[in-house]
Design a protein. Structure first.
Length: 394
């Protein structure tokens, strides 16, 4: 491994370079770089010979330094070095550098309820979800952006608890608006909906899939989903299931097995559509999560040379793994890996509904949510509404 100040080489699309200040370190013997549309921040770990530690650039690799991670000429992570581990024995002298994206501080640190003027009194009001994210990111000198033109619903008087992290606050507000929250390659926080863009190619057996584990399950699914909640409407009768309810049924289970599920929702609102949205989400997400594929691909890129990207759709053709050739699933997580066995990409894919954010109220009595159920991204699976729980099949 060598350390030098030079322009990124374009000849090898699989070259891994860590840039710290003006110095770039490459190559590395072992590489693991993970990106996801479900969690943040992005993370990396690289291991190589420790001979460069004796050079003038050694101090740049100490924890706390800013860095950029490249695959070929593609920037994949903008962040910080968290740790440096040196291993010394009669057989090796290696260094391992690991770190995460810039948004690590939104995940690790607490929101400042004392000196931040946006959080005085522990209460936040914001024009929309993006405005909230930008306010909470600003003290850390971070940016936030929204991919959809709709920046989310207004945020009115949400209470922030001592010790809560900016990410916890933003993630809750994002689910309220139907957004995913993740980090892009530049270290910015991104608000996005479940992706509809597709990779130029996908995964196939035989083909570029080295190994695959596909799972189908039914233990987390139910025939009927009833959502119940309280209301301030005193003209309705109270009962064991409170006085508001919404129910949808899974047509694929309804006629084969009786498996009812009751969910108590936190909101206090007279809007029936809110309960239906939550019930539809339960059905869609559980159905989506009942199908998953974990696979290892022999390359980091699709047929157009684009890195496998979270929140992008990709076709999977693996009939021997019980995945039909017309399946087009969403990439949830990708880990770019390189070791003595070569270059690989480990991916987790599921149907798009599996990633739909859970509808949640920010306040117990949420007038905005009650008036605007359609403003959230609510899945609409093929379901049938019913006034009460179904009966066991005969």
């Amino acid at each position: 491994m060598s350390a030098s100040a030079f322009a990124l080489q374009t000849g090898d699309p699989d070259a891994v370079t860590i840039q710290i200040g003006s110095t770039q370190y490459s190559p590395w013997q072992n590489v693991s770089i993970t990106r996801s549309c479900e969690t943040m921040p992005n993370s990396f770990s690289v291991t190589g010979a420790a001979s460069f530690l004796n050079g003038s650039g050694a101090a740049d690799t100490t924890p706390g330094q800013a860095c950029n991670v490249y695959l070929g000429t593609d920037l994949v992570i903008t962040g910080w070095i968290d740790r440096r581990r040196i291993a010394l024995s009669s057989r090796e002298h290696s260094v391992t550098i690991s770190g995460r994206g810039l948004t690590r501080n939104l995940v690790d640190c607490s929101a400042d309820l004392i000196s931040d003027p946006n959080l005085v009194g522990g209460q936040i009001n914001a024009a929309n979800t993006l405005d909230l994210a930008q306010r909470l990111a600003k003290p850390f000198k971070l940016t936030a952006r929204s991919i959809p033109a709709n920046h989310g619903l207004p945020i009115t008087g949400i209470q922030v608890g001592l010790g809560e992290t900016p990410y916890q606050i933003i993630e809750s507000a994002a689910r309220y608006a139907g957004f995913l929250v993740y980090e892009d390659e530049k270290g910015a926080l991104v608000l996005d909906q479940v992706g509809t863009q597709s990779m130029a190619s996908g995964f196939k057996v035989p083909g570029n899939i080295e190994q695959i584990s596909a799972e189908r399950s039914v233990d987390g699914r139910f025939s009927d989903y009833m959502v119940v909640w309280n209301t301030v409407d005193q003209l309705h009768d109270l009962g064991a299931l409170t006085n508001r309810r919404a129910l949808v049924s899974d047509p694929t289970l309804k006629n084969t097995e009786y498996r009812p599920r009751i969910i108590v929702s936190e909101q206090i609102t007279p809007a029936y559509d809110v309960g239906v949205a939550r019930a539809n989400w339960e059905l869609a997400r559980r159905l989506g999560r009942s199908q998953a594929a974990t696979l290892t691909c022999d390359s980091w890129r699709d047929s157009a040379g684009k890195l496998w990207t979270p929140n992008y759709l990709a076709p999977i053709d693996a009939p021997d793994a019980d995945i039909a050739g017309d399946a087009k699933w969403l990439i949830g997580t990708v880990t770019f890996r390189k070791d003595l066995s070569g270059t690989h990409a480990d991916l987790v894919l599921m149907p798009p509904d599996a990633f739909t954010p859970e509808p949640n109220p920010l306040n117990l009595f949420d007038n905005i949510l009650a008036r605007s159920p359609s403003a959230s991204q609510s899945p609409t699976p093929p379901t049938t509404a019913a006034p009460a729980l179904g009966t066991p099949p005969t």
